[in-house]
Design a protein around this ligand. Structure first.
Ligand code: HEM
Length: 284
């Protein structure tokens, strides 16, 4: 069995080095000194042979910032929003797309669902408005949920987290896309890392009163929000699949002191059991 989502991916290694400002926002030990990182880039969805050229699918970036007191797990995607704000909406959207007795999904029902639930279309609209990324290291990734950061003085800020690619947004033109193989990301990354690390800046986008904190389909106006650099992630080498496959990247459990997930986001808590079930099925 493969992962229920992010089924196709590439495991990598690197390190995270916090910025001088990070401690001002969070007392997490992972934001206080350089820590080793095991990470995995992936294609969204449960298809392990999905083409890397697929546009309307998020690229995923999951990672474990390793510390003797426990790992900090982040699971990010290449869009600022998720495609459903509640478990019911997610399930309804998935079930609608299942093929009927004629082997096809009911397109009228899919259209009606999108009209009745417009927030579920924001993620695909975001992806369709942008080119297919030329590299896993050439696109930004968002943590999507609103996290609460607490520093050593007990000061609290709500923030969304984002990894900004040092390489910039590397998109493929339609012409370039045609000449690409179905699977080109792993080789591209290997070639890139042979020359230099692939870096990302982790920034905290600070929320202001009224910014939604429990709806992963709602976008914050991040250009007008204060952004604080928390550190730099440097991906330095490829790693065997087994290094990433032995465990799951569960972003809910074991968050360190200094970082908590959203209290009332119905999509946050359900992730933990879903990731555990997927891990148990693919381990058997
Ligand atoms: C809300 C924002 C979400 C984001 C950003 C997200 C992102 C991701 C990513 C990037 C992966 C690949 C992990 C890897 O490389 O190993 C993944 C895996 C997975 N996701 Fe999500 N996801 C979200 C919500 C959910 C929800 C609501 C569910 C189900 C209720 C879910 C179920 C899963 C499962 C079952 C896996 C496979 C885990 C494994 O086998 O290790 N995700 N997700």
């Amino acid at each position: 069995m493969v992962r229920a989502s992010g089924a196709k991916g590439t495991c990598v290694k690197g390190s995270f080095t916090p910025s001088a400002e990070a401690a001002g926002l969070s007392k997490a030990p992972h934001l206080a000194r350089t820590v080793p990182v095991t990470a995995r880039f992936s294609m969204g969805g449960s298809n392990p042979t999905i083409s890397d050229k697929t546009k309307a699918v998020t690229r995923g970036f999951s990672m474990r910032l390793e510390d003797t007191e426990g790992d900090l797990v982040f699971v990010f995607i290449s869009a600022p929003v998720f495609g459903a704000k509640s478990p019911e909406q997610l399930l309804n959207g998935i079930q609608l797309r299942l093929p009927g007795p004629d082997g096809k999904a009911d397109t009228d029902k899919i259209k009606a669902f999108a009209e009745a639930n417009p927030e579920t279309t924001r993620q695909s609209a975001w992806l369709n408005a942008r080119p297919v990324p030329a590299s896993f290291a050439g696109v930004d990734y968002w943590g999507v949920h609103a996290y609460t950061l607490t520093n050593a003085a007990g000061e609290v800020r709500v923030a969304k987290l984002k990894f900004i690619a040092a390489a910039g947004q590397l998109g493929l033109t339609e012409e370039e896309l045609k000449s690409k193989e179905t699977s080109f990301y792993a080789d591209e990354l290997m070639g890139r890392l042979a020359k230099a690390p692939a870096s990302f800046d982790l920034v905290a986008i600070l929320g202001e009163p009224g910014d939604p904190v429990n709806d992963v389909t709602a976008m914050w106006p991040e250009e007008s929000r204060k952004q604080v650099k928390l550190g730099t992630l440097a991906i330095v080498s490829m790693a065997p699949d087994a290094t990433c496959d032995a465990n799951t990247f569960d972003p809910v459990v074991n968050l360190p002191d200094g970082i908590t997930g959203p209290a009332n986001d119905p999509m946050f808590e359900i992730r933990s059991p879903a990731y555990a079930i997927s891990l148990s099925r693919r381990a058997n």
